[in-house]
Design a protein around this ligand. Structure first.
Ligand code: ATP
Length: 521
């Protein structure tokens, strides 16, 4: 065999060997044109019918459609290596090996024929149901109503979502004369969809197409898909900050002070001249950077739509910066105090349900917050609430144990803290549930100080004797019962966050819905 032949057989063998370790799903994304920096992925198909045949293989036909994605949201490039695009643009994904950020070429739109990184959660395969502008699978009934009623939607605006009460089924939510109506989309055994049995459709797209042309028994003819409220958070700030946790302090500019807590100030800032962020600056000496970084690694893994995302840190010099997503309306406590008069009971319960949802995720991850309170929940647009400062309390508590113990009254948020945490330093997810009960009180009183007539000292004295706050004025009995459940003396008798979440979410389902024809609910 001459040298070239040996080389080519070796290369084919090597490619087959590598192919054994490739997940089938990676295949499509990694079949690429080959001009970007090497990632260790194999370019080109390598399977052969005869394992002894070592001749170089002809390329397989490229599965074009599978590599093509539709943008679900607008995205503005944040670095020179990523791509800007608008909703509806088509992108060819060339490499998915970087996890949450894919390398792609824009085929249409403002970046047509340019290549760069894109956030993977901003796109869906072309022609797939996920790429349909009316498909909002993870949207709850209540959120659907909120989104459809928000400004910008006209009569007939609609969306299709997963049905909450029956797993695996879909619902159609439609805006009609300022109200949202919901229909079940049922499926026959042959997979066809229908709203009314008299007319069935092979695909959802056909169903939507039909009712967009005629109302045919629906309350109104389907109009434009519901406007998407907010693009989701990207995972990390950009493709190279996902694993690179520490970022250059110079890439952050502080713009405006948003507030101050006991450990430092918080600013609105801009990263890389492109991306709005919140920057928490920690007073020098507040904590050991190594301890903080260790905790931050855990916090970074915690990702949930109802938890503030930690983007990056600057710990090389003091003050330490903690960079997180920016929430336009600041803390829930300030928001409740400012906007109280405009909030309806359904808004209050919905905000509580969102906090419970974020906490249910922490519960599932065996993580404890330790400082749950309205001041540590942040509010974005449309009353979106996210739990903040999870993990920090743990670092502060550990590092400043003496401070906490010595100056109990001053440092420990006594009125939010469960008795076993105050008396035996026993912090568990159940002590978080106690704090959640207090947070519910804050929500239902539009940000009143808990136990308004008592000092911290009196609270510590009275709680073990069975004293509990009474039902706030105007607070539904069911909500007060939930608070009381959270304040059970024996922590095992307190509900889980999972239960709290569904109880709060179900509050509306019972409240608003009633069947008024065969399939509308
Ligand atoms: P503590 O230090 O006792 O926990 P705190 O939670 O009020 O008190 P910080 O977390 O430092 O203190 O926040 C201070 C204020 O800064 C908040 O009340 C809020 O108004 C604002 N803030 C904090 N984080 C953000 C953010 N990600 N987006 C917008 N505003 C924020």
């Amino acid at each position: 065999m001459d040298c070239e032949a040996i080389q080519s057989s070796f290369s084919a063998c090597w490619q087959r060997f590598l192919a054994c370790f490739k997940k089938p799903s990676e295949d499509k994304g990694q079949r690429r044109r080959g001009d970007r920096p090497e990632t260790g992925a194999v370019s080109g198909p390598v399977e052969s019918a005869n394992p002894n045949d070592l001749r170089p293989l002809p390329p397989l036909p490229v599965e074009k459609a599978a590599d093509h994605y539709t943008a679900l949201y607008d995205y503005s490039a944040r670095t020179e290596e990523d791509l800007s695009f608008n909703t509806g643009d088509t992108l060819e994904v060339l490499d998915k090996s970087n996890g949450d950020w894919w390398y792609a070429e824009a085929l249409t739109g403002i970046s047509a024929s340019k290549r760069g990184y894109i956030p993977a959660n901003y796109v869906a395969p072309v022609e797939s149901i996920d790429a349909e502008p009316w498909y909002f699978p993870e949207t709850k009934r209540l959120d659907a109503e909120k989104m459809l009623l928000a400004g910008g939607n006209q009569q007939g605006a609609f969306l299709v979502r997963n049905c909450e009460s029956q797993k695996g089924e879909l619902s159609l939510s439609v805006l009609d004369s300022g109200r949202v109506k919901h229909y079940k989309l049922k499926k026959l055994d042959n997979g066809h969809y229908f709203v009314s049995r008299t007319r069935t459709f092979q695909t959802l797209k056909e169903l939507v197409g039909h009712y967009s042309r005629h109302s045919d028994g629906l309350c109104v003819r389907l109009g434009e898909p519901c406007k998407k409220m907010e693009a989701p958070q990207t995972h990390g700030l950009s493709y190279n900050t996902v694993d690179q946790w520490e970022i250059d302090r110079k890439s952050i500019k502080l713009l405006k002070k948003l507030g101050a807590g006991q450990f430092g100030e918080v600013f609105e800032g801009i990263w890389n001249e492109t991306t709005a962020v919140a920057v928490k600056t920690l007073k020098p000496g507040t904590m050991d950077p190594d301890d903080f970084l260790r905790e931050a690694q855990i916090m970074k893994r915690l990702r949930h739509p109802k938890l503030i995302q930690l983007y990056a840190v600057c710990t090389m010099e003091e003050p330490i910066y903690i960079i997180t997503e920016l929430m336009k309306n600041g803390s829930l406590l300030d928001y409740l105090r400012k906007e109280g008069s405009t909030l309806r009971i359904s808004d209050q319960i919905e905000m509580a349900a969102q906090v419970a949802s974020g906490m249910a995720y922490l519960e599932l991850q065996n993580y404890i917050h330790r400082d749950l309170a309205a001041r540590n929940v942040l509010v974005g647009e449309n009353n979106i609430c996210k739990v903040a400062d999870f993990g920090l309390a743990r670092v502060f508590m550990k590092e400043n144990e003496n401070v906490y113990e010595a100056k109990e009254g001053a440092k420990l948020p006594v009125k939010w803290t469960a008795p076993e945490a105050i008396n035996q330093n026993k912090f568990t997810i159940k002590s978080d549930v106690w704090s959640f009960g207090i947070l519910l009180y804050e929500i239902m009183t539009f940000g009143q100080m808990p136990y308004p007539a008592l000092t911290n000292y009196q609270v510590v004295q009275k709680i073990p004797q069975g004293y509990r706050m009474s039902c706030p004025p105007g607070c539904p009995k069911v909500m007060y019962e939930i608070m009381i459940d959270c304040w059970k003396e024996n922590e095992q008798d307190r509900p889980t966050f999972e239960t709290l979440q569904w109880k709060l979410e179900d509050y509306f389902d019972l409240d608003v819905t009633s069947y008024d024809d065969a399939n509308r609910y």
